[in-house]
Write a protein that binds this ligand. Structure first.
Ligand code: COA
Length: 165
């Protein structure tokens, strides 16, 4: 049985975070909007700056970052009941380990404690593993966003999933 810790990522996590981002963008392109080249172009300073913004969460096993996700509670008064998740990634050797569940559970707890009513995310319509995971955590598919992403000029579609809290 492995134990996982969840916390907000900070600038000091930037090297480990960038390594995971590069793996994800290279090996799981349908899970990311950003390309491998765009990811690789971010300098160390830029990575620290992004994490300084406080909108990424991480899951750790024995102190090692094994997964991360973006989490953005909306700021405007008319949308502040919503939180947007993404990207969401667990390194290949920890997929199926429960780390993804701990990461998502952490975000759900944060959202509940901030009195959000709804979490939202988009998934490529062919990303069956991710959809099975989100549905198991209670998310429901509510819409399809056609031609949402173009990968090497090829049009792709996303499903919008929401979780009512
Ligand atoms: C999506 C992700 C976070 C899920 O975490 P995970 O640890 O792999 O998830 P789990 O293994 O706990 O659950 C996945 C479910 O899909 C099933 N599954 C695995 N491979 C599958 C496939 N090719 N097709 C359909 N279902 C699949 C698993 O059996 C499991 O279901 P079960 O628990 O009912 O048996 C992880 O796979 C990941 O980081 N993927 C790459 C990036 C990505 O796609 N992110 C999502 C972007 S929206």
């Amino acid at each position: 049985m492995q134990y996982f810790d969840y916390r907000v990522l900070a600038p000091e996590d930037s090297e480990a975070w960038q390594e995971l981002r590069l793996e994800g963008a290279r090996d799981f392109p349908s899970g990311f909007l950003v390309t491998y080249e765009e990811t690789a172009a971010a300098s160390g300073d830029r990575c620290r700056e992004i994490l300084g913004g406080g909108s990424f969460r991480g899951v750790f096993n024995e102190g090692k970052l094994v997964g991360f996700c973006g989490y953005r509670p909306q700021q405007l008064s008319r949308t502040q009941h919503r939180g947007v998740i993404g990207p969401f990634f667990v390194t290949r050797s920890y997929q199926g380990s429960g780390a993804a569940k701990v990461l998502l559970a952490g975000v759900i707890e944060e959202a509940k404690s901030n009195s959000l009513a709804q979490l939202e995310l988009f998934v490529d319509t062919e990303n069956l593993r991710a959809m099975a995971f989100y549905e198991r955590q209670g998310f429901e598919r509510v819409a399809t966003h056609y031609d949402s992403v173009r990968v090497d000029g090829q049009s792709r579609n996303d499903h919008l999933f929401t979780l009512r809290l």
